[in-house]
Design a protein around this ligand. Structure first.
Ligand SMILES: Cc1cc2nc3c(=O)[nH]c(=O)nc-3n(C[C@H](O)[C@H](O)[C@H](O)COP(=O)(O)O)c2cc1C
Length: 178
């Protein structure tokens, strides 16, 4: 167990060098994994940040867990490490433009939210007014091995603004994977 009850998984040794990976096959196959497109929200004191995340899935019914991989060198990764919490906003199918705002560089931390009004949820995390809804999660585990950290969060709050079709990565023409 790490600090504050967050478990860390020991790094698994790499495969022997003799097992050569077919890089093209790996890329083709991993890009077949279907993904949604979400806005992850983070908050540290008065500062908020958000970014587009597609490497997201559910990990347990009870307790409800979600799994999200976050670039090790991103601003938000450090904030999740410090605060042990994050929100996931589910975008509607027609909100591709908003997703684009949240992966582009911003002038200052939180600047992306100029394009997206939000309120703070019970855990103090950004919940976009115009998304389908959002969940707020407490961090319960992580694997730091490679260029993304795999975070596991337990869903503590859920806010549904409206139901509807969610934005899927395949519909955007963007690629994040492989
Ligand atoms: C389609 C798409 C999907 C993305 N998915 C993720 C993801 O799952 N995890 C991640 O860390 N970054 C993802 N990114 C990249 C981040 O949105 C981007 O690095 C962002 O600038 C990070 O913001 P930050 O440094 O302010 O935290 C994705 C980018 C695009 C274009």
């Amino acid at each position: 167990m790490g600090t504050r009850g967050v478990s860390r998984v020991d790094v698994v040794p790499s495969a022997p060098a003799a097992m050569a990976l077919n890089a093209e096959a790996k890329k083709t196959l991993l890009r077949k994994i279907p993904h949604g497109v979400f806005i992850c929200g983070v908050a540290d004191g008065d500062e908020v940040n958000g970014f587009t995340a597609s490497w997201v899935t559910q990990g347990s019914f009870e307790p409800p867990l979600v799994v999200m991989a976050v670039r090790a060198d991103s601003t938000s990764n450090g904030i999740i490490q410090r605060t042990n919490k994050f929100s996931l906003n589910v975008l509607a199918a027609e909100q591709k433009d908003l997703a684009a705002v949240f992966f582009k560089p911003q002038k200052g931390m939180g600047g992306r939210f100029d394009a997206a009004p939000f309120s703070l949820g019970e855990l103090g995390l950004p919940i976009l007014d115009n998304a389908l809804g959002a969940v707020e999660c407490e961090l319960v585990g992580q694997v730091a091995h490679g260029d993304h950290t795999v975070f596991v969060g337990e869903v503590k709050t859920a806010t549904l603004h409206r139901d509807g079709a969610a934005l899927e990565l395949a519909s955007t023409g963007w690629k994040y994977g492989g």
